[in-house]
Design a protein. Sequence first.
Length: 345
Amino acid sequence: MQGRPLRTTVIGSYPFPGWLEFACAHLDQFGEDDVREMQEDAVIAAVHDQAAAGLDVITDGEQTRLDFNLSFYGYLEGIRMEPAPGRRFGPPAHDQRGKHAVTGELAAPRGLGVVAEFERLRRVAPAGPALKASVPGPYTLSGRLAPNRQYPDRWAIAEALAPIVRGELEALVAAGCREITVDEPSMSCYAYREDPRRFVDLFNRTVEPAAGRCRLSTHLCFGNYKGRAVGPRRYAPMFPAFLEMRVEEIHLEMASREFAELEIIGDIARKMDVAAGIIDVKSYYLETVEDVAARVRRCLEYAPPERLSFAPDCGLSQTARWAARAKLRSLVEGVGRVRRELGIG
Ligand SMILES: [Zn+2]
C-alpha cells in the first residue's frame, strides 16, 4: 500500500524549458559535456517546479529524452530512424511522428537509459518527496516501429522489446529505485480492438523481475501527443481483465473525460491502489484549489483515502510550463484541503 493516504503524484513527463527546446534544435553545436550539463540543468528545473508545488512523488520530468538519439530508440539496435514522417504539415497529430524501420535483430546492449535518468534524479532531488522512474512498456514502445518480415506485426515487435524492458526494470531495482511506472497508454488506446487478457499477459511477464521488489504502477491514458487523444476514451473494454495486472497502482485519466466511468476506481481499489487523473493537461482552464478538492471528494465516494492518489491525467510535457506549475500547485493544495477535512496529517 502507498505511504500516505491521498498521495499527490505525477506521470513522468514535464514541459521542456524553452532554452532546452532551442538547444535541441542545435545539438550538433554542443559537445558531449555540454549536453550532459544541459540535461542535468533541465532536470534541476523540472525537479524544482515539482518540489516547489509540494508533491509527495516527483520524477525527472523526462527532460533528457530530448531527441531521437537520446530517447529509447537511440538505445535500440536493429532500427533505422525514419527520415521524416509522411505528413509534415497541417494540424498536429500522432501521424507526424512517423515510424522507424526495423532493419535487424532488436536489442539494447546499453539498456534504455532509465537507470542513468534515475541516478541523475537522485543526485539533484531534495530530501522529502519520493522519487519515481518511468519506463514505457513494450507495447507502447513498439508503436513507433514498423513491422517487417522478421517482426510481422506490432505484437511480434512488442514481444521482442519485452526482454529489453524487463532488463531495464531489473537494473532500476538493483540501482535502488523504489518506485517505477511502466507506461502503457497504447494498451488503453487499443484495448477496444485487442484481447485485454493478452495485454495483461505481456505486461505481467515484462514486470516480473521488479514485481514485489519495488512499488510498481502503470499509466493508462488515451494519448496526449500534441495534446490529442488517439483512442476511444472508455475504460470499460479493459476491465475486469486489467485488475490482474501485477502492479500496486493503476493510474487513469479522469479530468479530461469529465469523470466518466469514475466507478471503476472503486473496482480497482478493492484490489490495489488507484491514482486518479484529476487535472486536465489538455485544457488551459486552470483548476482552482476548490475544483481539486471537489474532485477528490467525488473520488472518495468510490474508494477509501488509503487507496487513493491524485495526479494530472497524463504527463505535463504537452502543457505550457506556466500552466503546469499552476495546475500542480492547485493539485497539492486541493488535496491538502481534503486531508485537513478528514483529519489526515
Ligand atoms: Zn498519458
